[in-house]
Design a protein around this ligand. Structure first.
Ligand SMILES: Nc1ncnc2c1ncn2[C@@H]1O[C@H](COP(=O)(O)OP(=O)(O)O)[C@@H](O)[C@H]1O
Ligand SMILES: [Mg+2]
Length: 498
């Protein structure tokens, strides 16, 4: 007899029937003993696990946030209307999980993968738990390849490597989000997938980010995971973990992902709120004792995987907000110590119109130098020192002029560096253009050029660099810079200045 097409399905069904354990089943029920903003205290359900999804009798869902000996705390992921003390709760047996797969790209989703962009749910066959262990040491490789942000101040001074965790930290309205969004936009047309996670923001702010990414043609390879300020605290809490699982699906298939968490200060506040509601003992600044572990285990998931594990990477740009320049507050110090460096934005620089307002004295990238492109490194070597000296001299210059010619020369050079590092939003500079600008600076070509002319130079240069056939090798692989190519770059800059 020839097997009909439904035979395999029948066989599969039969094997499931054979494997089924028949007999009495146990279903656990619990009871809501107290309810607060976004959080229920539940008694019963002795078998429930951390992060397990539970169902309330009106169909609403929550997940187990904390377990205590005789009760547990459940954070809502659906609206909690109509649920009161005494309501029945059932276990689902499943951990909070997210849909994963290529269908996520180009979408705006909530932390559970539900669409927020008016399109149908993304067609995904697979799911992953929102909380997953970080890759083991043995599965990791050194961070050695760069991620371009298109921002000269970052790529030249604080290069970020694939698999690195670089914190963006500063007061509100100092351009933190803009730096991260520029980094996402710079990935358009490249091999890096972007994920932007909005935690506790107003929808109007998130929409501006989405529009900026869409307008610059980077939407197709970007995923937005949004838990806005009015979303359930449980959803806001889950957002960075859930989005990381979505990103890891790509990482674990050898792809490269850049994820922005905007921002973890809000996430910490949500964690504190939920912890206080569940009567966990408050510690420093009223945060519960596990707040460090919370963000450490999240950011540990950023990694460069070994060749044996496919060689993919997840690079994380967490954002943190500080008040009145206080980098030593509790959450900022935690995040600084977890990350592999920080880009610090400054209110003073922002007010003085230096944008991006990156404080180069306080910023650092602890692994970036090893990951920087060789050709960029070759021209960026003295940049930081020259710029720092200029900033220092500028302070003193207020008390009287410098007579010394060498000093004057340094001031002239410093002014050009400041003008080069200033960059409008949404105008990422290709790496080779960055190299050309710094090579020209180093050769002294820019010293005679008014700083006010440098923005026009930056706008004109990309087309010339792109059109130059002799730069093809450098464009493909900016690993090293020979003398001839360096001279050619300087020449291109000179031509662009004419
Ligand atoms: N490089 C830049 N060039 C021009 N304007 C900028 C730049 N970076 C930020 N801004 C402006 O500053 C405002 C605040 O930036 P944003 O990135 O939202 O700050 P934060 O995330 O720190 O609150 C934005 O509305 C934007 O108009
Ligand atoms: Mg912001």
């Amino acid at each position: 007899m020839t097997p009909s097409p439904i035979d395999p399905q029948l066989a599969a069904l039969q094997s499931r029937i054979d494997a089924a354990v028949l007999g009495p089943g146990v279903e656990e029920h619990g009871t809501v003993s107290a309810i607060a903003d976004g959080l229920a205290t539940v008694t019963g359900l002795p078998g429930a696990q951390l992060n397990e999804v539970v169902l309330f009798d009106n169909g609403a869902r929550g997940f187990v946030l904390t377990l205590e000996e005789d009760r547990l705390h459940v954070a809502f992921i659906d609206p909690m209307d109509g649920i009161a003390a005494g309501a029945r709760v059932t276990r689902s047996g499943e951990l909070a999980s997210v849909p994963v797969g290529p269908a996520l790209l180009g979408r705006v989703l909530d932390p559970l993968g539900r669409p927020l962009d008016g399109l149908p749910a993304p067609p995904c066959d697979e799911h992953l738990p929102a909380e997953r262990p970080a890759p083991a040491i043995i599965d990791r490789d050194f961070v050695s390849e760069p991620v371009a942000t298109g921002l000269l101040v970052v790529d030249a001074l604080f290069a970020i490597g694939r698999g690195q965790r670089e914190l963006i930290i500063g007061e509100r309205q100092t351009g933190k989000t803009s730096i991260a969004v520029d980094a996402l936009i710079a990935q358009a047309g490249g091999d890096v997938i972007s994920v932007y996670v909005a935690i506790g923001q107003r929808m109007s702010s998130v929409r501006r980010v989405i529009e900026a990414v869409r307008a610059r043609g980077a939407l197709a390879r970007t995923l937005f995971v949004v838990a806005e300020a009015t979303a359930q605290p449980g959803l806001q809490w889950l957002a960075p973990f859930a989005a990381t699982s979505m990103a890891e699906w790509f990482r674990d298939r050898g792809q490269h992902v850049l994820i922005v968490y905007d921002d973890l200060t809000r996430h910490a506040a949500t964690h504190r709120e939920l912890a206080l509601l569940s009567h966990q003992p408050p510690g420093r600044e009223a945060y519960p004792g596990d707040i460090f572990y919370l963000h450490a285990r999240l950011l540990e998931r950023a990694a460069k995987l070994s060749a044996a594990r496919g060689g993919g990477s997840l690079t994380a740009l967490p954002i943190a907000e500080i008040e009145s320049g206080n980098l030593s507050a509790y959450i900022p110090t935690n995040l600084i110590s977890i990350a592999d460096g920080q880009i610090v934005t400054s209110e003073v620089l922002f007010a003085a119109n230096q944008r991006p307002a990156v404080d180069i004295g306080l910023s650092v990238s602890r692994v970036g130098g090893k990951a920087q492109w060789g050709a960029l490194k070759a021209v960026a070597g003295r940049l930081r020192l020259d710029y720092a000296q200029y900033l220092e001299m500028k302070m003193f210059a207020r008390f009287g002029g410098f007579g010394d010619e060498a000093m004057k020369g340094r001031m002239v050079r410093g002014e050009r560096i400041a003008a080069l590092l200033a960059q409008d939003r949404f105008a990422p500079l290709p790496v080779v253009v960055q190299i050309a600008l710094l090579a020209a600076l180093d050769a002294g070509v820019l010293d005679a050029v008014e700083p006010a002319r440098l923005p026009a130079l930056k706008a004109a240069l990309p087309a010339r660099v792109e059109a130059e056939p002799r730069l093809q090798a450098l464009r493909a692989q900016p690993d090293a810079l020979d003398a001839a190519t360096r001279a050619l770059l300087v020449e291109l800059v000179q031509q662009a200045l004419q």
